[in-house]
Design a protein around this ligand. Structure first.
Ligand SMILES: Nc1ncnc2c1ncn2[C@@H]1O[C@H](COP(=O)(O)OP(=O)(O)OP(=O)(O)O)[C@@H](O)[C@H]1O
Ligand SMILES: [Mg+2]
Ligand SMILES: [Zn+2]
Length: 477
């Protein structure tokens, strides 16, 4: 008999078997028991948390030969066909590939025919947010007044993309990410059924790697059993997760923190050349940026960190040179790249663009610096009166020379704008030196005392600088 993966073999058959979604299971059971089942449900939640599973259980509960009942028998033809996903009256539709208005029109026409053998005709539309606007409109009509014998169950990983008109016509359930402990218990139970003796720490590591998704954890367990030749050891899990490249992935981020796009791209290319999969590299980058954020922002973070990522001290070392807003921006670039890479003909440039963008963050001034520059500009203008302001308009554009000298760590480290100061190149100006010398470097050139003209403040310079920084910031968006 061909091998069926654990995630499929252990698809729950009753509400009580579903783990981590107790409130949803309880509400649905009670709705069935009291004959108060809505005509449309919306199941929201990330991948592998039980949406399709619960939809099938609900379908069985409604259509079981011995039902409707909160405890479907599981043995009748209907229960079995629904569990396999091939019952004639339970139609599972992939919203991502049936997005058009014609698909929904066909559905609407067919919905009026009675079910072939069961009580209800149940439409389960997965990834419903992918429907086109006109398809949603076509759906609205039947959602408003569905025939008695029709039930809808929609599922989505992105509820925010659904029109309010649809949301307001469905009873919504938010499936939560399943806690690590709960996944670990579930895995242990499955190991018992499979007669494999797992190491407890290996099970925990898999559960953590699942990050809330039972399916992801089960897929990992399957692989770990195969790698460990029947046993589930921490080493087998480590191999399965492919954590070997962890340090190199962190090096990419460390290079980005230094503004060294070349080195970051080089390490990335090395990893690809050694056979790493581009999708999982992006995934690892995302996890590590997230771990850097955890190290930077949480005090008690040990449990939150990637089980197989670089150790905490190494993370802290890299995190040192990255500000929280920069890490947040990195996370944005990487998650954007991950979704674009899925549909790209050639995903590599998409990932490389994200790396270059991360590296160019080092060129950006942190927000407090920008504010300080603006304050300095305001003070300069106020102090200079109209005379000194003349150059401001003319010099408004971020000229090439201003660009060359500003930004980068140099600007970040030593935002001194004393009139006539020569701009330094990035190399000349080590950030730590600058900090040591000028702890209050944001203070602009001293304002002349009242009544005293003093040396004309370099308004031109300040304006150029401010515009330049803004230019830099806008480019990052
Ligand atoms: N809450 C859960 N309790 C027990 N097993 C679960 C749970 N969630 C998922 N699983 C396991 O993962 C497999 C896949 O789950 P399911 O198809 O329900 O996920 P889903 O939420 O529909 O994900 P997707 O958004 O990717 O379609 C199931 O067959 C089952 O083995
Ligand atoms: Mg599903
Ligand atoms: Zn049955």
């Amino acid at each position: 008999m061909p091998y069926t993966v654990l995630a499929r073999r252990y698809r729950c058959k009753t509400f009580d078997e579903v783990v981590g979604q107790d409130a949803i299971a309880q509400t649905l059971k009670s709705a069935i028991a009291h004959d108060r089942v809505a005509h449309a449900y919306l199941f929201c939640g990330t991948r592998g948390v039980g949406k399709t599973t619960v939809a099938r259980i609900l379908a069985r509960a409604l259509n079981c030969e011995k039902g409707p009942t909160p405890e479907p028998c599981g043995t009748c033809d209907i229960c079995q066909a629904i569990h396999r996903g091939d019952d004639v009256d339970v139609l599972e539709i992939d919203g991502a590939s049936n997005t058009g208005v014609d698909d929904v029109r066909t559905l609407r026409e067919n919905a009026h025919y009675r079910p072939a053998r069961a009580r209800f005709k149940i439409y389960y539309i997965d990834e419903v947010h992918m429907l086109s606007r006109s398809a949603f409109n076509a759906l609205l009509k039947i959602l408003e007044e569905p025939p008695e014998h029709v039930k809808f169950i929609f599922s989505t990983t992105e509820p925010q993309r659904l029109p309010a008109t649809i949301l307001s016509r469905c009873q919504r359930f938010d499936f939560r990410a399943v806690p690590t402990e709960t996944i670990a218990d579930h895995l242990t139970w499955i190991c018992e059924q499979e007669r494999v003796a797992p190491q407890a720490e290996a099970v925990r590591a898999i559960a953590r790697e699942g990050r809330g998704s039972v399916r992801d954890a089960l897929t990992l367990l399957d692989q770990a059993i195969a790698v460990g030749d029947g046993a589930v050891t921490l080493e087998a899990v480590r191999q399965t997760v492919g954590a070997a490249g962890g340090e190199q992935v962190l090096q990419i981020l460390a290079a980005c923190a230094e503004g060294d796009a070349g080195s970051a791209l080089g390490t990335f290319a090395d990893l690809l050349a050694s056979g790493a999969d581009l999708g999982s590299l992006l995934e690892q980058l995302i996890r590590q940026v997230r771990d850097l954020l955890v190290v930077k922002t949480c005090a008690e973070e040990a449990e939150l960190l990637d089980a197989f990522g670089p150790d905490r001290d190494r993370l802290a070392e890299v995190a040192e040179s990255m500000a929280v807003p920069a890490l947040v921006a990195c996370l944005g670039y990487l998650t954007e790249a991950r979704s674009r890479a899925r549909y790209a003909v050639d995903a590599r440039p998409v990932a490389e663009l994200a790396i270059v963008r991360m590296a160019s963050l080092a060129e950006m001034e942190p927000l407090p610096e920008v504010v300080a520059h603006l304050e300095s500009l305001g003070r300069s203008l106020a102090g200079a009166g109209t005379g000194a302001g003349t150059g401001a308009g003319a010099g408004g554009g971020p000229s090439a020379s201003a660009k060359a000298g500003s930004g980068g760590k140099a600007a970040k480290a030593a935002p001194s704008r004393q009139g006539g100061e020569k701009k330094k190149s990035k190399k000349d100006e080590a950030p730590h030196v600058a900090h040591a010398e000028e702890p209050s470097g944001n203070v602009p050139s001293a304002r002349p005392a009242a009544g005293e003209r003093g040396p004309a403040p370099d308004v031109d310079e300040a304006v150029r600088k401010a515009l330049d920084i803004f230019d830099g910031r806008i480019c990052q968006r």
